[in-house]
Design a protein around this ligand. Structure first.
Ligand code: ZN
Length: 300
């Protein structure tokens, strides 16, 4: 009687060893844009395979999903979005694709920032660009860890620990940025960018950002608004004028030309850069932006 039992035990053991030796299938995740995809990669590490609908250097505000994007989300078990109106095309994409998997909003639980809608003193718009404040990105990362854990309970402790290690890096980044910016006299902390994407950064670090476009890149500014901004740049002698990696450069180039200001290096705003460029991860993007902004503000 001992022989069959032994045989069964050996079989069970070998099955167990095969299943642990073979890499378990990775959890398929789609992120709406490249910055979120980086955060999912950090938290999910080798248990997760992530792709991004809006790629590096691309603009999520004006993204138009293709049939291949619908196919892509259908292969995923988790769809991570920013929320706060950043992806106006997402709901329709989910419906058209017939996606039935989990959708998680990475920004859930942050202190939402509103600002008056462009040209409208009464209406208020929600600002979607919460990742520009690293303390909000900590919430993103913890939300992502929770969503991954719910789909892959076996990885829960790994996701939680990856998230907390990264949160410590975000804290270091934040302390560094706070101390660097504090060294700039408040009167010099003025910056011009293409669109209003730095509201959370501005509130957290005490920098004023002015932009000819509103919080989305999809509208044309009025000639009156642009003329007003040009007068302000001249009056306040603002030299810190920057292009963005994912939005149309023409308007800001025109403003720089009209005011005689030399454009600074590009900021990485609503997207990572390509891998060989300075903003290829969220941490690199933030360090690049802070350094670039500091150099610009020192010239004001
Ligand atoms: Zn934006």
């Amino acid at each position: 009687m001992t022989k069959p039992k032994h045989w069964l035990f050996t079989l069970a053991l070998s099955l167990l060893m095969t299943s642990t030796a073979c890499a378990a299938p990775k959890l398929q995740v789609t992120a709406s844009f490249s910055i979120l995809a980086d955060l999912v990669r950090v938290v999910g590490a080798d248990r997760v395979e992530v792709n991004s609908l809006v790629g590096p250097d691309e603009d999520a505000h004006v993204f138009e999903p293709k049939p291949s994007d619908a196919k892509r989300i259908l292969q995923s078990r988790l769809l991570v979005t920013n929320g706060l109106g950043f992806e106006p095309w997402m709901l329709r994409l989910i419906q058209v694709a017939g996606y039935r998997g989990v959708v998680t909003e990475a920004s859930k639980g942050i202190q939402i920032r509103n600002m008056p809608a462009h040209g409208d003193a009464i209406g208020r718009e929600i600002d979607p660009h919460a990742w520009q404040d690293p303390t909000h990105t900590m919430t993103y990362v913890r939300n992502i860890a929770l969503a991954l854990s719910q789909l892959d309970a076996a990885g829960a402790s790994i996701y939680a620990s990856n998230a907390e290690v990264y949160v410590k890096e975000l804290q270091q980044l934040d302390q560094w940025a706070l101390s660097q910016i504090a060294a700039i006299p408040p009167a010099k902390r003025k910056v011009i960018t293409s669109h209003d994407a730095f509201g959370y950064f501005a509130a957290h670090y005490g920098v004023t950002f002015l932009a000819p476009l509103g919080m989305s890149t999809d509208a044309d500014p009025s000639a009156r608004d642009v003329a007003k901004l040009i007068r302000q740049i001249q009056r306040e002698k603002i030299k810190a004028v920057f292009l963005e990696n994912m939005s149309n450069p023409h308007l800001i180039e025109q403003i720089a030309q009209d005011t005689g200001v030399k454009l600074g290096p590009r900021l990485y705003v609503d997207a990572l850069s390509a891998t060989d460029d300075a903003g290829s991860t969220y941490l690199k993007l933030m360090r690049h932006n802070v350094q670039t902004l500091l150099a610009g503000m020192q010239n004001n």
